[in-house]
Design a protein around this ligand. Structure first.
Ligand SMILES: [Ca+2]
Length: 252
């Protein structure tokens, strides 16, 4: 059986279940066709990597956790990916990441030295071949998910370069909470393999990409009270630009 047929069959089952639910008025039937679901799965797998089955599994988990249907969250994921430069018709970020991976400074491809932050828990954003973000563990070390083929790491700021127009971000909260995020990253988010897949990355387990690591450090340490969600625009994925533009941060 071809994978797409398998996926289509699974969607039809899901859609039928939702349609049945709608008969009692609890939820609207899915508006997207099975064809749209398939084409959105193909888009995400082609531009980000991974398999359509993996993406569907992640989409189903996200849909369940947010009480939405799978077709809706897949369309939101594609819209968000496109807004962040993923396209079938140009060099994909996946390819750019592959090109950037051999760089000896990790994901922070750039030409100027990264400088120290005001305090622990601040964030840097670099406009490189792909946008990149990382967390300042303190005023000497950063923690980051550098890129494809590399594990998340702690590195001296002095060893890291960034783009000429990189910026630093201070999270608008107390220093106690910034310190907690930095400590969490140091204790739980190092040595993880790289997650090429940004579409449904709002989770702290498993492989990590750059924005996912920074988001998880703050989210996991605040989720039980006064949550700090650095995914500024919502949606199923947290991208570097979402962190750059959230009102939770002040640039300096
Ligand atoms: Ca987002």
């Amino acid at each position: 059986m071809r994978p797409t047929k398998y996926l289509r069959a699974r969607f039809i089952i899901t859609g039928a279940a939702l349609a049945a639910t709608s008969l009692v008025g609890a939820i609207a039937p899915p508006s997207a066709s099975a064809h749209e679901v398939d084409s959105n799965l193909t888009f995400l797998a082609t531009t980000m990597g991974g398999t359509e089955a993996q993406i569907l599994s992640d989409a189903e988990a996200y849909a369940k956790s947010t009480n939405q249907n799978v077709a809706t969250v897949l369309q939101a994921a594609v819209n968000e990916a496109q807004a962040n430069g993923y396209s079938l018709h140009s060099e994909s970020l996946k390819d750019k990441n592959s090109n950037a991976a051999p760089n000896n400074s990790g994901g922070t491809v750039g030409s100027v030295p990264l400088t120290a932050p005001r305090q622990a828990g601040d964030i840097f954003w670099s406009d490189s071949t792909t946008d990149h973000v990382g967390l300042y563990y303190d005023r000497t070390f950063i923690i980051e998910a550098p890129g494809e083929g590399k594990v998340s790491r702690k590195a001296p700021i002095a060893n890291v370069t960034a783009s000429y127009n990189h910026v630093k971000l201070q999270v608008n909260t107390t220093q106690t909470r910034r310190n907690a995020a930095a400590a969490y990253a140091n204790n739980y988010l190092l040595g993880r393999s790289y997650n090429i897949y940004f579409a449904f990355n709002r989770k702290a387990d498993g492989a990590l990409n750059c924005s996912q690591l920074v988001w998880a450090a703050y989210y996991e340490t605040t989720k039980n009270s006064g949550v700090i969600d650095l995914d500024g625009n919502g949606g199923p994925g947290v991208y570097p630009g979402d962190i750059l533009r959230t009102t939770w941060v002040t640039r300096y």
